[in-house]
Design a protein around this ligand. Structure first.
Ligand code: ISJ
Length: 97
């Protein structure tokens, strides 16, 4: 395959990643509203650990577990940011009652 053909495949893969990340973000928004209604905080460290454990369990490379973990730590951080944006809260404040 040529360089431009590989780059075309990268572009298509990136488009799929963008769609999947936004699909995940829609789920995060739904969860944010449910947690807010139940008086739960945005950040649930035990759940974040579970997500990261599952991600590395599914990972078969060539990205190593640490690389995948760093990527998902960033995704989770952006998810929390989105939740706060949707709820009108800040990272430092406790959940609104
Ligand atoms: C989406 C949630 O909210 C936060 C974001 C998480 C994520 O992006 O996976 C996990 C836990 C929470 O800190 C959740 O509680 O499930």
């Amino acid at each position: 395959m040529t360089l431009s053909e590989y780059r075309r495949l990268i572009d298509e893969t990136d488009a799929q990643l963008v769609a999947l990340l936004n699909q995940r973000a829609e789920l995060v928004i739904a969860i944010a509203r449910l947690k807010h209604a139940q008086g739960l905080p945005v950040r649930i460290p035990a759940r974040e650990d579970e997500v990261l454990t599952q991600v590395t369990a599914h990972n078969t490379g060539p990205l190593d577990h640490q690389a995948m973990r760093r990527l998902f730590e960033q995704i989770i951080a952006e998810s929390r940011r989105l939740e706060h944006h949707i709820l009108g809260t800040s990272e430092d404040s406790p959940p609104k009652s």
